[in-house]
Ligand binder design. Structure first.
Ligand SMILES: NC(=O)c1ccc[n+]([C@@H]2O[C@H](COP(=O)([O-])OP(=O)(O)OC[C@H]3O[C@@H](n4cnc5c(N)ncnc54)[C@H](O)[C@@H]3O)[C@@H](O)[C@H]2O)c1
Length: 334
């Protein structure tokens, strides 16, 4: 039996919009049909690459187009909430890029509406579909007993030789600026999502943020300590070092630990005496591809109103609240 195609509208045709179009091109059911971007050059380039797509004349016209099932939003954060609201007006399921927004009032209004009317909405934290996150939930999710014992601390280290990273160098100026950009919102948010999905809400104990002296560019360093239940979380982020995109997370329990790097695609489990229990995984790109495919299938489930594992707007707002708290609080107590 051939399952029906689900027509997707895409708003935002920059770095991430292009990545998603490439992934959608290989999916059996998610079918991008209509695109729009505030920059006409981005539309022209997209139509050249995907001649079967059509361009709308505005975001509102795209969203109101007949026959669409879902809207994918890949603009910078500022328009995310307004575009979501328009899409809900049109009865569309929304898949929105992270970070959800830095406008918490608008996010709360949007979430109230989702809860009251049952709108379908999710946010693209790709780790939600990763086998690594499933492993962490299996060991440390609420009510689980792990052979690794009880979780004590989580350590997260991020480093970027340059910000933005080379693959995102073509993104708009917003990504390097303090108002909406920076590595904490862009990258750290993925790991805070994973952390809070496993452990529940984390509270800020202290943080220190280093900003360039020009007053507008995004952070170049972040140190933070969070607490989730009895678990302490230590975070270090830095623009510097030799690696383009380094991320490593250690989940340390009293009888062993799980360490993950390269976006949860390299995974190792050890007992406290150092004995290797599993890993390291050596099929990093396969793990990533499996996660990406699973994510698209979850998006299909969202559109069809079936249960799915994608983060909703409430979960994404909780991530952003933790991120903004880290960015705003300054402390000299390190
Ligand atoms: N989930 C992930 O792994 C991941 C990775 C990279 C980026 N992102 C997110 O995707 C979003 C886009 O990032 P990017 O790197 O593609 O940025 P980008 O600057 O490359 O692209 C943004 C595009 O949106 C367009 N745009 C801006 N305002 C608009 C509006 N009001 N209406 C229509 N189009 C508008 C711009 O012209 C540009 O083409 C951000 O929220 C970013 O954080 C997510």
């Amino acid at each position: 039996m051939t399952l029906p195609q689900l027509n997707i509208g895409v708003i935002g045709l920059g770095v991430m919009g292009q990545r998603m179009l490439a992934r959608l091109a290989a999916h059996a059911r998610l079918n991008p049909v209509l695109v729009w971007d505030a920059n006409p050059a981005a539309i022209a380039q997209t139509l050249q690459q995907y001649p079967a797509l059509q361009a709308a004349t505005s975001a509102a016209q795209l969203i109101a187009a007949p026959g669409l099932h879902s809207l994918y939003i890949a603009t910078p954060p500022a328009p995310h909430m307004a575009l979501s609201e328009l899409a809900f007006d049109a009865g569309l399921a929304v898949f929105c890029e992270k970070p959800l927004t830095v406008d918490f009032e608008a996010a709360r209004r949007c979430i109230d509406r989702i809860e009251a009317r049952g709108h379908r909405a999710a946010v693209n934290f790709a780790l939600a579909s990763s086998p690594g996150l499933a492993l962490l939930q299996q060991h440390f999710g609420s009510g689980r007993a792990s052979e690794l014992g009880s979780l004590q601390t989580v350590e997260l280290a991020l480093a970027f030789a340059a910000w933005p990273r080379p693959w995102q160098a073509g993104a708009g100026a917003w990504l390097s600026e303090r108002i909406e950009g920076g590595f904490s919102r862009e990258v750290l948010s993925h790991f805070i999502f994973a952390l809070q999905r496993v452990l529940g809400p984390a509270t800020l104990v202290r943080s220190q943020v280093d900003y360039p002296s020009d007053g507008h560019r995004a952070e170049t360093g972040l140190q933070a300590e969070l607490q989730a239940g009895s678990v302490k979380i230590h975070i270090q982020g830095l623009v510097g070092g030799a690696q383009a995109d380094h991320n490593a997370m250690r989940w340390c329990a009293d009888a062993g630990e799980i360490s993950m790097s390269e976006w949860f695609s390299r995974i190792e489990q050890r007992r406290a005496d150092g004995q290797l229990l599993a890993g390291p995984t050596n099929d990093a790109s396969e793990l990533r591809q499996a996660g990406q495919l699973d994510q698209l299938d979850q998006w299909v489930a969202l559109i069809e109103g079936r249960p799915h594992g994608l983060p909703g707007y409430t979960e994404a707002l909780a991530v952003q609240q933790t991120i903004e708290a880290m960015l705003q609080t300054r402390s000299n107590s390190w």
